[in-house]
Design a protein around this ligand. Structure first.
Ligand SMILES: Cc1ncc(COP(=O)(O)O)c(C=O)c1O
Length: 384
């Protein structure tokens, strides 16, 4: 075995270009949402085949913005997958509405569409399908079982992903993306909401800026200095800064290259690890482009030499960082207590929580790093 390396689960691919990009806003003093954010939004909308893109402070606030713009509130229900980052369900609670969990298919980690219909009631106001780890949910199948119900994509992990030649972000009524440092492109914290719906875009635009009827930029450049915005809606401050916009623009230009690189190494992992009988590598259905936010494997403990957690510790001791894919939200204290949920209520999500393992895949890794990960995983057997 080669000498021990130190491989993180994720390292943002930022550097000199991003450093230089923040000079301009710092020097010209336009720091809050301004021209850099506008340029980032334009590029993002074009690449994601969608009419409107609005930058926000995170995917979480983007999801909240959509629900607020749709007037979702107490008494309403929103369907969410049981295996996702907690934010997908939290945003429903922010609105005083009820998250209704549906189990996931452990093969794709996404909503098990067959189980959605039984959860639809007259109170169902939206469904939030999650494109988990960068693989799009089966949106056509979902539209079939839930006709007329707004589909709001949680595309946190899906910048650049495709579903049957259509881009993530253009598959539902609206979508929200994340630029957290564990995502393929980052602005530190940050997010983007997209939609083709003009009225929804206009309302979200107002709501992200306190509900103001005109933006700061319009006011700043407008001919009438005495004009103040009117406020007819209860809004938020979810504006992205121009510092983040400048970084986002530079990062975003590299998105396709980042995904292509990740695809190449995902293929390498899938091929090299195919013979490890206790480990299932991720599936990509035909006609999907995975965004490869992370490479999440599933461990079959009945065949594995060690339980999942012991395998993760073993890899950690060899300098390889791993993480559970994400968590089962219905098993988190808040949700268990509030809704009286038990782990076995959603066995798919429960198993993904217990047996998933993300292994390192990011744009700062070298060929030697990937080879070392493969060799070390193959060696777990000998270590038992
Ligand atoms: C599926 C999913 N939804 C929402 C979020 C929240 O994104 P953010 O950190 O940008 O608020 C994440 C973040 O990891 C996520 O993975």
């Amino acid at each position: 075995m080669a000498t021990i390396r130190n491989i993180s689960i994720s390292t943002p691919a930022t550097g000199e270009e991003e450093w230089q990009a923040v000079r301009e806003p710092i020097m010209n003093g336009w720091l809050t949402q301004g021209p850099k954010v506008a340029a980032f939004e334009k590029a993002f909308a074009q690449r994601h085949q969608v009419k409107h893109a609005l930058a926000v402070t995170s995917c979480t606030t983007g999801l909240h913005l959509m629900l607020a713009a749709l007037d979702i509130g107490p008494g309403d229900e929103v369907i969410v997958p049981a295996f996702t980052w907690v934010a997908t369900a939290n945003v429903v609670m922010f609105c005083g509405a009820t998250p209704v969990f549906v189990d996931v298919d452990p093969l794709t980690y996404n909503l098990d569409i067959k189980q959605v219909k039984a959860k639809i009631t007259p109170r169902t106001k939206a469904i939030i399908p999650v494109h988990l780890f960068g693989l799009c949910a089966d949106m056509d199948a979902l539209t079939k079982v839930a006709p007329g119900i707004p589909l709001l994509e949680d595309a946190a992990c899906a910048s650049g992903s495709f579903y049957k030649k259509r881009s993530a972000g253009a598959l539902g009524l609206a979508a929200a993306f994340s630029f957290h440092p564990r995502k393929s492109v980052t602005t530190g914290e940050g997010g983007m909401v997209t939609t083709n719906d003009d009225a929804l875009a206009e309302k979200m635009n107002m709501l992200r800026n306190h509900g103001a009827s005109i933006s700061e930029e319009q006011r700043h450049h407008g001919p009438r200095p005495y004009i103040l915005a009117d406020f007819n809606l209860l809004g938020f401050n979810y504006r992205m800064t121009d510092l983040q916009g400048a970084i986002g623009l530079v990062q975003f230009k590299k998105l396709d290259q980042f995904i292509a690189e990740r695809q190449r190494w995902a293929d390498y992992y899938s091929k090299e690890l195919a013979g490890v009988e206790w480990l299932r590598t991720p599936v990509t259905p035909e006609d999907y482009q995975h965004g490869w936010q992370s490479f999440v494997c599933f461990i079959d403990e009945s065949k594995a030499p060690l339980p999942r957690n012991a395998i993760m510790e073993y890899l950690q001791n060899k300098g390889i960082s791993t993480r559970p894919g994400t968590h089962a939200v219905h098993m988190l204290g808040l949700y268990q207590q509030k809704f009286g949920l038990a782990p076995d209520d959603f066995p798919g999500a429960r198993d993904c929580d217990r047996y998933s393992m993300a292994i390192p895949l990011h744009n700062k890794m070298t060929k030697e790093d990937y080879e070392y990960v493969v060799a070390t995983i193959k060696g777990v057997r000998c270590a038992a």
